[in-house]
Design a binder for this molecule. Structure first.
Ligand code: FES
Length: 57
Protein backbone atom coordinates (compact mmCIF):
# COMPACT_ATOMS: atom_id res chain seq x y z
CA UNK A 1 0.00 0.00 0.00
CA UNK A 2 1.26 3.47 -0.91
CA UNK A 3 2.23 5.81 1.89
CA UNK A 4 0.85 9.34 1.35
CA UNK A 5 2.06 12.21 3.51
CA UNK A 6 1.08 15.90 3.54
CA UNK A 7 4.07 17.88 4.77
CA UNK A 8 3.19 21.43 5.82
CA UNK A 9 6.55 23.13 5.38
CA UNK A 10 7.86 25.97 7.56
CA UNK A 11 6.63 29.23 5.94
CA UNK A 12 5.85 27.42 2.69
CA UNK A 13 3.63 25.06 0.73
CA UNK A 14 2.11 21.69 1.50
CA UNK A 15 4.25 18.98 -0.07
CA UNK A 16 2.23 15.95 -1.09
CA UNK A 17 4.53 12.96 -0.91
CA UNK A 18 3.90 9.43 -2.07
CA UNK A 19 6.28 6.78 -0.80
CA UNK A 20 8.73 9.52 0.21
CA UNK A 21 8.76 11.21 -3.21
CA UNK A 22 7.31 14.72 -3.68
CA UNK A 23 4.41 14.50 -6.15
CA UNK A 24 3.46 18.20 -6.03
CA UNK A 25 3.38 21.29 -3.79
CA UNK A 26 0.10 22.98 -2.90
CA UNK A 27 -0.11 26.70 -2.12
CA UNK A 28 -1.31 27.61 1.34
CA UNK A 29 -0.34 31.28 1.37
CA UNK A 30 -2.97 32.46 -1.14
CA UNK A 31 -0.46 34.35 -3.33
CA UNK A 32 0.42 31.70 -5.92
CA UNK A 33 0.23 32.61 -9.61
CA UNK A 34 -0.48 28.96 -10.49
CA UNK A 35 -3.06 27.87 -7.91
CA UNK A 36 -3.64 25.37 -6.51
CA UNK A 37 0.10 24.76 -6.82
CA UNK A 38 2.90 26.71 -5.17
CA UNK A 39 4.66 29.21 -7.46
CA UNK A 40 7.22 30.35 -4.89
CA UNK A 41 5.31 33.60 -4.28
CA UNK A 42 5.10 32.81 -0.55
CA UNK A 43 8.70 34.04 -0.18
CA UNK A 44 8.01 37.60 -1.42
CA UNK A 45 4.65 37.60 0.42
CA UNK A 46 6.46 36.94 3.71
CA UNK A 47 4.16 34.01 4.49
CA UNK A 48 4.65 32.59 7.97
CA UNK A 49 3.35 29.22 9.13
CA UNK A 50 4.44 26.38 11.33
CA UNK A 51 5.68 23.05 10.10
CA UNK A 52 3.56 19.95 10.60
CA UNK A 53 2.84 16.57 9.07
CA UNK A 54 -0.24 14.55 8.21
CA UNK A 55 -0.02 10.93 7.17
CA UNK A 56 -2.95 9.26 5.40
CA UNK A 57 -3.60 5.72 6.49
S1 FES B 1 2.73 28.49 -0.63
FE1 FES B 1 4.06 28.90 -2.25
S2 FES B 1 3.02 30.35 -3.46
FE2 FES B 1 1.66 29.96 -1.81
Amino acid sequence: MEKVVFEFTQNGPVLVKKDGKVEFALCRCGHSTKKPFCSGAHVDAGFKADRSMLELK
